[in-house]
Design a protein around this ligand. Sequence first.
Ligand code: FES
Ligand SMILES: [Fe+2]
Length: 371
Amino acid sequence: MRPSRKFGQVTHRGPTPSDAALPPALPYPDGWSALAFTAELPRGTVLTRRLAGEDVVLYRQRDGRVRAVRPFCPHLGAHLGLAELDGNDLVCPFHRFAFGPDGRCVRTGYGTPPPKAALTHLPVLEVNDAVFVWRHHDGREPDWEIPAWHVLGNLPARYATWEMAGYAQDVMENSVDVGHFQTLHGWSQGELAAPVAFDGVTFHVSMRVQEQFPLIGRRQVDVEVDGHGLSCLHTDIHTPALGLKMCSLVLATQIAPGRMQFRQASRFLVAEPSSLPPALARTVGRSLTRLLAGPMFRFSCEFTAADFPIWSTKQYLSRPRLTAGDGPIGPFRRWSRQFYPPTATGPLPLPTTPLGGHQDAQATRTGHARP
Ligand code: FES
Ligand SMILES: [Fe+2]
């Protein structure tokens, strides 16, 4: 399966999801979900995206501020995905009622006094070149944020978006599923450098991988993963011997029961060789970065896509039979519960005994703490 060339969504064409006829195994998670990349939303743009079974209308005002609103005009219900921007005002196409930056109706298309009506704003966060919208099952306001990560290199990020059957939680769980990196992704050898640390709404995975490279043989690859909520991963992959660095944002958004959108944005850098004079080193580093950025992004997408047929057909097992060699699936499942309504305990029974070689993983659950 090839990623979309830019931002368009590619529907997964793999096997039919085996649980399509069943009720969803997991409810919608609370927290921030990515609905777009920043580059998809230039000033004056209006986009409609799905989140948790509903449309969300995103728009960027002429002053650069992004808004997220519920989709139906409070006048007579037209869909605001059809609206356009007039300065910083969103103008509904039906009767041309205009809504100001605070959401209130400021004029009508007839020149008559505007009614007391307003758009419903949703909390929106623009960070790391992506636009996130907050949703909580009981309407709670945001009490944590996704941090801004470093920007790697000078080249613009490369983006891809897919849509498929599956659960955002499985995407996050993937990063602690240590065993599958060898069995599914083909890593020759990899292990946790430290216990996976779960802290509030975040977790951190640190792995050391011994990978076989053509011509130069086995070299170490350092992998650092930060998870925030059930929708956002930041991964740093560094091969010191080759000076290769890749930094990716991996975003999973639950758009419907058992259906998600998956976004990836990556930046790539080849370090300047220290053995060369500075000017030459800079030229070599930049040239190799430009030359390899495309192939490395394709390689990274293909690596990720190995999981797609698994995610889109697997059954969520609330009591998995874990064993030595598995990652800390149990601690991850316990950590993930904070993002679901308490009443969801029915579909969310957990493995009672985290088995395998990672019982020492730190599992703390401190609620929606600000990281
Ligand atoms: S429905 Fe939006 S202006 Fe009438
Ligand atoms: Fe994977």
